[in-house]
Design a protein around this ligand. Structure first.
Ligand SMILES: *[C@@H]1O[C@H](CO)[C@@H](O)[C@H](O)[C@H]1NC(C)=O
Ligand SMILES: *[C@@H]1O[C@H](CO)[C@@H](O)[C@H](O)[C@H]1NC(C)=O
Ligand SMILES: *[C@@H]1O[C@H](CO)[C@@H](O)[C@H](O)[C@H]1NC(C)=O
Ligand SMILES: *[C@@H]1O[C@H](CO)[C@@H](O)[C@H](O)[C@H]1NC(C)=O
Length: 479
């Protein structure tokens, strides 16, 4: 009994299951079919005679322009080319307009509200980048490059979204490089339709930067959209466009770390030549080595400066200033080394300028007693006379000018034979004294020149420090 019931139940279940399944599958294939048919007829309806229709401006009436709304999403600043005055941007563009010929009633087409279709089949605005900077072989008008599908709503709203790279002309002023800020304009508008046919407007004034990938060198300060109306021809026909004004600022950290600081350090090394003891012949070679090091460094610098002769960039002036200063350092080192080796009397004007005024100015102490070399030689000759001839009165010895009178008094006192000897001796002593005096004079002159060299060293050290400070201040002032 229970076995019969059981079999009946399972049969019932099977029947129920089969009925259900059949119904369901017929339901599914029916809706798929309907959906496909609806879409097919909608596309057929929309693209009926599309070859002709797509050439017709979708204006509601002849006096009303088509309103094309434009939106730009900035993705990346790919390159900024100072030499060719161009900027390459990666963007997402979006155009919206209403096409009154592409409307339908969703109830007639299975509730379909929107269609995605190839943009070739329908009217699209012939947008172009007005300040395109591409070369001839790669130039293609912007709307031909946008290959994405068009989204059409039931009420004829068309949305065209596409990624693009825009290579746009941009006047780049490098006079403040690497602390410069550039302003680039990217103008997009219809190439052939005048303002009476197409009105280009924008959604929001600020370009969308939400997915922006930061550039290593450029920082976006602002990206604003605004309408521009350009009038061409003698009839002053207006051509509207939407212009993106992009303000970008160069990040100068790279140049600071790689050029400004190393150059300054190398340059300061050259100043040590004024601190080194002068007897070292190494001073010249130090400055020459520094100059060589800097010229090798300039190879790196020149490769990173913008290759343009429009303006001399700030960094270029700084580096040039440092090279010139080091070359002058070399000359100054030559001058002070020459001074150290001079033994001739110093010209009076030089003494006045260097030892009296400049020394005070650059705070070098000059010992006063070394200033009069003739005094010491006089004392030596006097003391020599005193040692030999003790009987000579002090007054005579002091004058020292009349050795003949002394000789005469000696002649009277002593024998005749000794006179010859005395004369010879005196002559010898005089010669010796003379030689000693000239030697000491020379030494004194040399000492004076050394003093002057010391003063000059200090003077050059301070003045080149001042020049470096000015260069750095110049660089900082243009930041
Ligand atoms: C396409 O247009 C022709 C007339 O130009 C019309 O006869 C035909 O029915 C249209 N087809 C559809 C799918 O609307
Ligand atoms: C079509 O665009 C108009 C004007 O922009 C807007 O008011 C309307 O809601 C849009 N229609 C659809 C279906 O989004
Ligand atoms: C470049 O900028 C500097 C100052 O920023 C300005 O003095 C100079 O006239 C500009 N040069 C050009 C060609 O615009
Ligand atoms: C273009 O559209 C803007 C705003 O939608 C409007 O202010 C302007 O008058 C329009 N221009 C033309 C020529 O219709």
């Amino acid at each position: 009994m229970s076995g019969f019931f059981h079999r009946l139940l399972s049969l019932l279940f099977l029947w129920f299951y089969i009925v259900c399944l059949c119904h369901y599958s017929s339901l599914v294939s029916g809706t798929t079919r309907d959906n496909f048919d609806a879409r097919l007829s909608l596309v057929e309806y929309l693209t009926n005679n599309s070859e002709i229709v797509r050439e017709i401006l979708p204006a509601p009436d002849i006096n009303t322009p088509v309103n094309v709304k434009f939106r730009i999403k900035l993705r990346q600043i790919a390159t900024v080319d100072e030499k060719n005055q161009a900027i390459r941007l990666t963007v997402w563009l979006r155009f919206d307009w209403n096409n009154p010929f592409l409307t339908w009633d969703p109830a007639e087409y299975g509730g379909i509200e929107s269609v995605h279709a190839n943009h070739d089949l329908f009217w699209v605005p012939d947008v172009a980048l007005f300040n395109e900077a591409s070369l001839e072989e790669e130039i293609q008008i912007l709307y031909k490059r946008l290959a994405t599908k068009l989204v059409i709503q039931k009420d004829g709203n068309c949305t065209w979204n596409a990624p693009a790279t825009l290579l746009s002309q941009c006047k780049i002023n490098v006079s403040r490089f690497p602390f410069d800020e550039q302003e680039c304009h990217v103008s997009i508008g219809s190439w052939t339709y005048t303002g009476y046919k197409i009105n280009m407007t924008y959604f929001e004034q600020n370009a969308d930067l939400s997915n922006f990938i930061e550039n290593g060198e450029w920082e976006v300060k602002s990206a604003l959209l605004h309408n521009r109306m350009k009038h061409y021809g003698s009839e002053k026909i207006p051509y509207p466009d939407v212009t993106l004004t992009l303000k970008v600022q160069r990040r100068s950290l790279y140049y600071g770390l790689n050029i400004v600081i190393p150059c300054a350090l190398i340059a300061v090394l050259a100043l040590f030549s004024f601190v080194l003891p002068s007897d070292h012949g190494e001073r010249m070679s130090l400055v020459i080595t520094v100059l060589l090091a800097l010229s090798v460094y300039m190879l790196i610098v020149s490769s990173s400066l913008p290759e343009t002769s429009d303006a001399v960039p700030t960094l270029g002036i700084y580096c040039l200033g440092i090279i010139i200063t080091i070359a002058l350092c070399l000359c100054a080192t030559c001058i002070t080394l020459k001074c150290r080796d001079m033994k001739s009397p110093m010209p009076h004007w030089l003494e006045v300028v260097v030892i009296q005024y400049m020394a005070r100015f650059v705070l070098v102490k000059i010992e006063e007693e070394n200033m009069r070399p003739s005094l010491s030689t006089d004392r030596i000759s006097v003391s020599l006379n005193n040692e030999k001839f003790t009987k000579i009165p002090e007054a005579n010895a002091e004058s020292g000018q009349e050795p003949n009178t002394e000789d005469m008094s000696l002649l009277v006192m002593n024998e005749k034979q000794s006179k010859c000897f005395e004369d010879a001796l005196l002559e010898e002593v005089r010669l010796l004294t003379e030689e000693l005096r000239s030697k000491q004079e020379e030494e004194a002159f040399a000492k004076k020149w050394k003093k002057a060299a010391k003063v000059l060293d200090r003077f050059f050290l301070l003045s080149f420090l001042l020049v470096y400070a000015c260069l750095i201040a110049y660089l900082l002032s243009s930041m």
